[in-house]
Design a binder for this molecule. Structure first.
Ligand code: AMP
Ligand code: MG
Length: 406
């Protein structure tokens, strides 16, 4: 199902944006560096720039002596040239002076006036008591990036480090995919707004607020389409509005096979249905389709099922729509704290609390796993994913897990 859904989804078209506003967006084309970095050879430490050859055989007992001819803090260029037997006091990030090819760390030198305080030359002489290799503590020009290097491939998601990288080489605009605006509605004759007193046989709408929050958590803009009754005309209108005003539509409820479950029917009339029903627990009934090239995901009505399907199927689909290259969250193995006995047949997403214990991951079930019991989710921080065929798992068995936080 997931592969089928993902294969249908197209990223939103590229837009050119200021780099500073692209956090969480995916690149829409390869990003090539226009510059090298570092832009000039500079010192990696605070110390003295010297000719490495002048420090040969230097040791504590037989230090090499240098005349300090200048002081070079970062950001204050000068043109002093280092000759044999000379040193320039240099700070981290300052350009390596002409003539010098190594930097000796402060810690490997003497002849500082202790009373003048650290960082101030106490005289015009320095004694170096360790020999330096050519290139020592020098960050060569272009060491990390050469002009023309590919910095980011298409589909790469911008995080703080990417923002820093791009600005370090002067890229202040990039082509990215916009994040989809996502429309959400709940459906069901029995559902009332959560702040309304439910009458007999009515249920408060918890899905819409939970899904809207899930979208906000992942940085999507939302459009709340409210509550829609199990009525063909009103469902039709809601779907039409969703696909015209948003880039992705999510509904909940009305996707099973009851005669009031109309979402599948309306969807197939308005557009195409690409996938329907999944052998998973919870969350078997669900429907995915497209109307006017906008993806529409019908989630099950049961609150836990709705959130599990949102996590496992919809979030990757939203990331694909956002142009992300890598849309799936990483899975890893954890040990079960207690045995699990269950009926096989469907892949099960057991809500678990995951923690590191004795250097490995441990998974503990968060209790009653009914598809309407949200408490199993509020106590959990991830899923244990049990394969369809497995019916019994011993305590200590390894199971595949997913954390909800990236
Ligand atoms: P459905 O998928 O429409 O058959 O609904 C399955 C179950 O989920 C029923 O018990 C519904 O009352 C419940 N349900 C449906 N939508 C919501 C919602 N928005 N909030 C809370 N429960 C819901
Ligand atoms: Mg219903």
């Amino acid at each position: 199902m997931r592969e089928r859904v993902l294969s249908r989804i197209k990223p939103l078209p590229p837009i050119l944006l200021p780099t500073s506003t692209t956090l969480g967006l995916a690149t829409a084309e390869p990003v090539i560096s226009p510059e090298s970095h570092p832009p000039f050879a500079n010192s990696a430490v605070d110390g003295f720039a010297v000719r490495a050859a002048d420090t040969q055989h230097a040791s504590k007992a037989t230090p090499a002596h240098f005349i300090v001819i200048a002081n070079r803090p970062a950001g204050h260029p000068d043109h002093t040239v280092v000759e044999a037997g000379q040193a320039i006091r240099i700070m981290t990030g300052a350009p390596i002076p002409e003539g010098a090819n190594a930097v000796v760390m402060l810690e490997d030198t003497d002849a500082w006036d202790a009373t003048a305080g650290r960082g101030r030359p106490g005289g015009s002489q320095v004694a170096v008591h360790r020999s330096a290799e050519a290139g020592q503590h020098v960050r060569p020009q272009g060491e990390s990036i050469k002009a023309g290097d590919m910095l980011l491939e298409p589909g790469h998601v911008i995080r703080p480090a990417e923002i820093g990288l791009l600005f370090s080489v002067g890229i202040n605009r990039i082509q990215v995919h916009a994040k989809p605006r996502v429309a959400v509605f709940s459906s069901g004759d029995e559902i009332v707004p959560a702040d309304q007193e439910p009458g007999p046989s009515q249920i408060r709408d918890s899905n819409r607020p939970a899904i809207l929050a899930g979208l906000q958590k992942h940085g999507f803009q939302t459009l709340d389409l409210g509550l829609i009754p199990d009525h063909e005309g009103q469902l039709t209108q809601a779907i039409q509005r969703g696909v015209s005003e948003a880039d992705f539509l999510i509904s909940s409820g009305g996707v099973s096979v009851g005669d009031r479950d109309l979402t599948h029917h309306v969807l197939s009339r308005l557009g195409t249905v690409d996938a329907f029903k999944v052998a998973m627990k919870p969350g078997k009934p669900q429907v995915f389709g497209e109307v006017e090239n906008v993806p529409v995901y019908g989630l099950p009505g049961n609150p836990v099922s709705a959130l599990v399907v949102f996590d496992v199927f919809v979030l990757p689909a939203l990331r694909k729509r956002s142009g992300w290259g890598d849309v799936l969250r990483p899975l890893f193995m954890a040990r079960l704290e207690k045995p699990i006995q269950r009926k096989g047949g469907r892949t099960e997403f057991v809500r678990v609390h995951l923690e590191t214990k004795n250097g490995g991951w441990m998974a503990r079930s968060t209790g009653l796993q009914g598809s309407g019991m949200l408490t199993s989710m509020t106590r959990a921080n991830g899923y244990a994913i049990l394969p369809a065929a497995v019916e019994h798992l011993e305590a200590g068995a390894d199971v595949l897990c997913m954390l909800w936080e990236d």
